[in-house]
Design a protein around this ligand. Structure first.
Ligand code: NAD
Length: 236
């Protein structure tokens, strides 16, 4: 009998790595080409908006060329078929969970394919560049920025995340290094709420010791195998 009903799944850059999207900290990762302070902080945007907009324009164009991999498809299948509550909290700003068919997805660090107007606070779906300072479709001001949570900014929808965590019987972390808070602290929150905790990652994350179980390997193999276990009722 499967005692697990409600699941919270945290995903990070590692789940999209096999789709060809760079992780942040791995070899050849994004930050090896750019210092984080130069592109992913509000101060950087104030200091050199062209550099920041060009960086995100490149990323926005690149992700639209990429495809979901078996790990995204497996989570979408779990989302469709799991009878209990389920929430996929992603730190990723790509849309590969959705393109694989995932529905119960929450982007705590924003989305590449949204633009945020700093004049009227509206968010618009945005697939093209921002470097040429297009007008906001809502108010007409040329005040759009990437709708991505930068270092030093508050992640989105934390109350919803903690509400789901309070009811979760299982917390699963997939492809995240556990270096960026508050997401890195979710495993400890889950433990204190008596949820079971499972890590699926290529290598042990910073918070690995907090998990009840760690499985090491590529997400494209580990995630489909785990999803089949869950759907077969073999979870412990
Ligand atoms: P990270 O780069 O710090 O860590 C990536 C983790 O994934 C590492 O632990 C690595 O061992 C693991 N990994 C690499 N390849 C893997 C594979 N094939 N299968 C399983 N695991 C694999 O990324 P993070 O922890 O997500 O860092 C957080 C920040 O990175 C977030 O702010 C997020 O917004 C941002 N980010 C997002 C994207 C994206 O949207 N695709 C890409 C890069 C970074």
């Amino acid at each position: 009998m499967n005692a697990i009903r409600n699941i919270v799944i945290l995903t990070g850059a590692g789940i999209s790595a096999e789709s060809g999207i760079d992780t942040f900290r791995g070899g050849g990762g994004l930050w090896e080409q750019h210092r984080v302070e130069d592109v992913a902080t509000p101060e950087a945007f104030a200091r050199d908006p062209e550099l920041v907009l060009r960086f995100y324009d490149m990323r926005r164009a690149a992700i639209q060329e990429k495809q979901p991999n078996p790990a995204h498809f497996a989570l979408a299948k779990l989302d469709r078929e799991w009878p209990g509550d389920l929430l996929i909290v992603t730190q990723n700003v790509d849309d590969l969970h959705e393109r694989a068919g995932g529905r119960r997805v929450l982007h705590m660090h924003g989305e590449h394919l949204n633009a945020w107007c700093t004049a009227c606070d509206e968010r618009s779906r945005w697939t093209g560049p921002l470097i040429d300072r297009p007008a906001c479709p809502g108010c007409g001001e040329a005040a759009l920025r990437p709708d991505v949570v930068w270092f030093g900014e508050m992640p989105y929808r934390m109350e919803e995340i903690y509400a789901a965590m309070r009811d979760a019987h299982l917390f699963v972390s997939i492809g995240t290094s556990g270096a960026v808070y508050p997401a890195a602290g979710f495993v400890r929150d889950a433990r204190s709420l008596r949820a079971r905790t499972l890590e699926l990652n290529l290598e042990r994350s910073h918070g690995s010791g907090w998990f009840d179980e760690t499985r090491l390997g590529p997400a494209s193999e580990l995630v489909p195998a785990w999803v089949e276990e869950m759907l077969a009722g073999n979870a412990n």
